[in-house]
Design a protein around this ligand. Structure first.
Ligand code: PLP
Length: 423
């Protein structure tokens, strides 16, 4: 099992490259990714037949290419993600082990057109999708994403099952969906559940039980079962990884039971997003102001929730470290609030769910020192925006000790492209 690791508050290098060098070469704010960390996480999951990366977690084509080179296939949730996957070298096509699968709760018109034209298999999260596909592409194979009627997750915004979730096909509507598939001459070749059990293996065994019931109902057309994503990574020392061996054993036992019932082999997929990329990513920023508000010391960065939205969205905790511009390796620690540059009082990285501002113990720092938001590779850059007309950050991938610019920082002209003043 991977180790939780340490959370240093002073950092001089990322993946063997000096932070000061990175800042000088690429500027700030920049996302820096460590390729070796992604490859390690991929290798953790090699027991599964198929590792399907939920690219929405981090979809730069260089990251997708790295995944592909290491035997990983992808999920796409939009036409744009299909486009990215193909740009990274994944081949479309409804074959036995598809490289790209479209997973969503709707087709917008563009996505429907693309999956039909390219023959991309669809994992349907709503009954209506079956009819829409049947009309345009009878004879297709699909998989069904089932909501087993219960969910998991600490936050309303991340819970992916139960009555309150918009995701998947309600388990009691399975028969109706099979009839829809028959009418459209569509075969249901796989079942998928993405509940996000986290580290709760007892909960996971309930999910496996629900999967067995559904597959038995659908019957012999099923060739693939997918465990979905939701594998956690530790963002602080109190959190941990799930025991991957036990996790696999639970799913494999269900698979074997079902194989015995169906009389043929089943492919077992896993669909991680966060797990593969979270720890690989560092948001490198520069401290641009240090100020006192009553009893609170604020470090204000050139990065804000336009770059990393998880704290303001979910109250998420990210480890932080300082890279002193003078290279010093030890400094006394102080309690600080860390915020960004945006004209918005919620632009605070040290906040808890509900928006409560809190402090963090970090090394004493000055303007010009760098602050690194760590474990930011998942749902980091991909959720960035141009709020306050801030350019999207640069992205850098470090491979074998060498940094490569894999996305140029946006220019101001990039931001206004497409805008028109009417004559
Ligand atoms: C988001 C998503 C994932 C990945 O979730 P993680 O928690 O990042 O592992 C996997 N499958 C589906 C269908 C998703 O929507």
């Amino acid at each position: 099992m991977p180790v939780v690791g340490t959370f240093p508050t002073i950092r001089s290098e990322i993946a063997g490259v000096s932070v000061l060098e990175l800042a000088k070469q690429f500027g700030t704010p920049s996302y820096i990714y460590d390729a070796a960390s992604i490859v390690e996480r991929i290798n953790d999951l090699k027991q599964f037949d198929v590792i399907r990366f939920a690219q929405k977690a981090c979809s730069n084509i260089a990251i997708l290419d790295l995944c592909r080179q290491n035997g990983v296939v992808v999920d796409a949730v939009s036409g744009g993600e299909i486009h990215r996957a193909m740009k990274a070298g994944f081949k479309p096509g409804n074959v036995e082990h598809p490289e790209i699968v479209y997973t969503a709760d709707i087709f917008d018109r563009e996505a429907l057109e693309m999956v039909v034209k390219l023959g991309i298999p669809v994992n349907c999260g709503s009954p209506d999708m079956i009819d829409q596909l049947g009309e345009k592409a009878p004879g297709s194979n699909i998989t069904l994403r089932i909501n087993p009627g219960f969910g998991h997750g600490h936050s309303q915004k991340t819970n992916t099952g139960g009555e309150q979730s918009k995701h998947g096909i309600w388990h009691e509507q399975l028969d109706d969906c099979l009839q829809r598939a028959d009418r459209g001459n569509i075969a249901v070749t796989g079942i998928h559940m993405h509940i996000g059990s986290g580290t709760d293996l007892h909960h996971l065994s309930q999910v496996c039980g629900a999967m067995e019931k559904v597959v038995e109902t659908v019957g012999r057309s099923v060739k693939t079962i997918s465990a979905g994503g939701g594998l956690p990574i530790p963002y602080n020392t109190k959190q941990s990884y799930v025991d991957l061996d036990q996790y696999y054993q639970l799913w494999d036992a269900s698979r074997k039971k079902l194989e015995a019932k169906l009389g043929h082999k089943l492919t077992l997929e896993i669909e991680p997003g966060r797990y593969l990329v979270a720890e690989s990513g560092y948001l490198l920023s520069e401290i641009r102001a240090v100020k006192q508000m009553g009893n609170n010391t604020f470090y204000l960065l050139d990065a804000g929730f336009n770059n990393l939205a998880r704290p303001i969205l979910y109250g998420s905790y990210h480890p932080m470290s300082i890279a002193p511009a003078n290279g010093s390796t030890s400094r006394p620690e102080v309690d600080v609030v860390v915020g960004g540059p945006l004209c918005e009082s919620g632009d605070i990285f040290t906040q808890e769910e509900g928006g409560f501002v809190c402090t963090r113990k970090l090394p004493q720092a000055n303007i010009g020192d760098y602050l690194i938001l760590e474990r930011a590779g998942a749902y980091g850059f991909v959720m960035a925006s141009n709020y306050n007309s801030k350019p999207l950050a640069a992205e850098v991938l470090i491979k074998n000790g060498k940094p490569h610019l894999v996305r140029a920082r946006q220019s101001h002209e990039d931001i206004t492209r497409g805008e028109v003043i009417p004559a």
